[in-house]
Design a protein around this ligand. Structure first.
Ligand code: ADP
Ligand code: MG
Length: 231
């Protein structure tokens, strides 16, 4: 059994539909995506120790099967620059999570390498009752939420179709660079779409996938958040 099969089987055996971020990240890593280094901490001191190993600055995030939108729960702290920052963030995140959902099972805090800022894009997938796995691409933030500037294709998606999804955005020109923002690596983004398509075709048990955001750079990408929901 490969990593993806193992993670899905484990979640199923615990009756969990929403995979943890760490699990979703392990799956997309198996499909060739780049993610920031991360490790689970279960107390403040351990969080600080992991941060020292990863190197500052780091990000800290709540890990709970019941908390899917981590920022809504006050469960994400970015730009932590010292061990003391990380210890304080650990405490605050756990307190916030308890306030947000007293019943949530809190497994700890994920300490993660902080990705440099890039052009934020998102990749999503849903199961259309008629067409099956459908992949979505868009630019992050207001472009998706306000302007609804997204493109869709039914899986499987090949590399040419993937590039069409990217260049088909109304705001595609932004990916070619503007002011002091460099052009984004369109080939690397297209490869993500192809790889996600492969994941969905090989694992029909995945009902929903959300990579939000992916940082796109002049060369390469870094997927800083990943969510997978099973059927
Ligand atoms: P949520 O569950 O709320 O979507 P995210 O993991 O997406 O939580 O974190 C919220 C925001 O924090 C992201 O949109 C991104 O801007 C920032 N962020 C999260 N992880 C990282 C990281 N490793 N490096 C840089 N920024 C990050
Ligand atoms: Mg997110």
């Amino acid at each position: 059994m490969n990593m993806t099969d193992k993670i899905i089987a484990q979640a199923r055996s615990e009756n969990r539909k929403a995979l943890l971020e760490s699990e979703a990240k392990s799956i997309i890593m198996e499909y060739g995506l780049t993610v920031p280094k991360f490790q689970l901490a279960t107390n403040e001191k351990e969080a600080a120790k992991i941060a020292e190993e990863i190197g500052f600055p780091v990000v800290a995030k709540i890990v709970s099967p019941e908390i899917i939108h981590k920022s809504d729960a006050g469960g994400v702290k970015v730009g932590l620059k010292t061990a003391a920052d990380v210890e304080a963030a650990y405490k605050t995140i756990i307190e916030n999570a308890k306030k947000y959902n007293a019943k949530a099972n809190l497994l700890g805090v994920l300490v993660m390498e902080m990705a440099p800022a890039g052009t934020e894009v998102i990749v999503g997938a849903i199961k259309d009752p008629q067409f099956g796995a459908t992949i979505m691409f868009g630019l992050g933030g207001i472009f998706v939420e306000v302007l609804k500037d997204v493109t869709f294709k039914i899986a499987p998606v090949n590399i040419d179709e993937a590039k069409e999804m990217i260049t088909g955005l109304k705001a595609a020109a932004l990916l070619k660079g503007y002011r002091n923002t460099p052009a984004a690596d369109i080939d690397a983004l297209a490869q993500i779409l192809v790889n996600v398509s492969k994941l969905l075709m090989e694992h029909p048990e995945i009902a929903e996938l959300d990579l939000n955001p992916i940082m796109a750079y002049a060369k390469g990408t870094n997927t800083v958040d990943a969510r997978i929901i099973l059927e």
